[in-house]
Ligand binder design. Structure first.
Ligand code: GLU
Length: 372
């Protein structure tokens, strides 16, 4: 690697573990550390990069507040999260406001990453927040999630978010400075790996068993996150978050394991659309749209002359020219009924026709894969 992936990322996600943010003895939020992290966030944003935070700590803060002692039952954890999350959000709001940055709380559940419509909604909301200059602060929606539908760990949640919003880099700040061939706390001969390109069975074996693996959230969940990131074209780091200004430290060469994918988030997304999505409808486009698409543009409703099939928002549809030749395929932002109502119309008229708009494009260029 040449420059730091942190400096190169257009869209960066930073995941903060509970043990960094919350003082273990008192259950208080470690303000000085949080402020130093937010100083880093402000610095990175001032360079024109987008930042999303995924923060744990709701349960750790809330359980002290409610006087609950571990082990907590699921409903106690949920109660703790309900009160802790308010304090967490408030702390981030204050720390970011020192830099004039608006923060936005987003609570996600597993369904939001698995159900296509919810996934698209979450993606669009996060895109909009970033466009408006806010810093989303994400956590799992712990109060409603049951065991079966919980991520349970924010490593995985952060990786899913990275995939969802096509982030270029994810940093997992925790209490371990990287991946080792064995648990370095128990095995002094364990050696550290600076860079990983593929999660092989050997790499997986290095993480140890779930629960007993090293690092507070366990190395196992971090490797699951790394797998998701590698397939999504997102670079991921496992790194110690303890120092003040941890992002600066990482950028200046603090020890970390970087997981480096072959492609970019863009190519990964296109491969996923091409390889895993079955087209369930088709759009016929006019000559103007054919030209716009050939130049790499998005597909606007004005260029669509026919809509075939019955499909939902987020489904995959084929794009054809007037002769019926397939030009490409993509994820459509409007359901078939709505698409029929807005085809041949200017994007500015969408809200007037449908009563709401889900964006100017029928298929955004990032969601479109052209043939050969
Ligand atoms: N969502 C949990 C919380 O905020 C943390 C999950 C994790 O530790 O990864 O307390």
């Amino acid at each position: 690697m040449t420059a730091s992936p942190i400096a190169e990322a257009r869209r960066l996600i930073v995941k903060i573990g509970s043990s960094l943010l919350v003082d273990d003895a008192s259950g208080q939020i470690r303000r000085e550390w949080l402020e130093s992290l937010c100083d880093d966030v402000a610095r990175v944003r001032a360079r024109g990069q987008e930042v999303v935070l995924v923060s744990s700590g709701a349960v750790a803060v809330g359980r002290r507040h409610l006087g609950l002692a571990p082990p907590l039952r699921l409903e106690e954890k949920q109660a703790a999260a309900a009160t802790g999350q308010i304090q967490l959000a408030h702390a981030y709001q204050e720390a970011l406001a020192r830099h004039g940055i608006t923060c936005a709380q987003v609570l996600l559940s597993l369904y939001d990453s698995e159900d296509r419509r919810r996934y698209l909604n979450a993606r669009q909301t996060l895109d909009t927040l970033l466009r408006l200059g806010a810093v989303p602060v994400i956590n799992e929606n712990d109060t409603v999630a049951t065991t079966e539908i919980r991520f349970g760990d924010n490593d995985r949640l952060a990786a899913r978010v990275a995939q969802m919003i096509s982030a270029d880099a994810l940093v997992l700040f925790s209490d371990i400075d990287g991946l080792y061939t064995a648990d370095p706390r128990r095995d002094p001969s364990a050696s550290y790996l600076p860079e990983v390109h593929e999660i092989t069975p050997e790499i997986e074996a290095m993480a140890g068993d779930p629960g007993t693996g090293y690092g507070s959230g366990g190395m196992v969940t971090k490797l699951v996150a790394a797998k998701i990131c590698l397939s999504a074209g997102c670079r991921m780091a496992i790194c110690k978050g303890e120092p003040l200004r941890p992002l600066t430290a990482l950028e200046e060469g603090a020890r970390a394991t970087w997981f480096i994918p072959d492609g970019s988030p863009r190519t990964a997304r296109k491969q996923w659309i091409y390889g895993s999505m079955k087209p369930v409808g088709a759009l016929t486009v006019d000559a103007g749209a054919v030209r716009a698409l050939a130049k790499g543009g998005s597909l606007l409703p004005a260029g669509v002359v026919a809509v075939d099939g019955d499909f939902d928002r987020g489904d995959c549809v084929l794009v054809r020219n007037a002769d019926g030749r397939v030009l490409g395929r993509g994820l459509i932002a409007y359901a078939s009924d709505d698409a029929r109502r807005i085809m041949r119309h200017r994007s500015a008229d969408i809200a007037g026709i449908l009563g709401e708009t889900r964006g100017d494009e029928l298929i955004h260029r990032d969601d479109l894969v052209m043939e050969g």
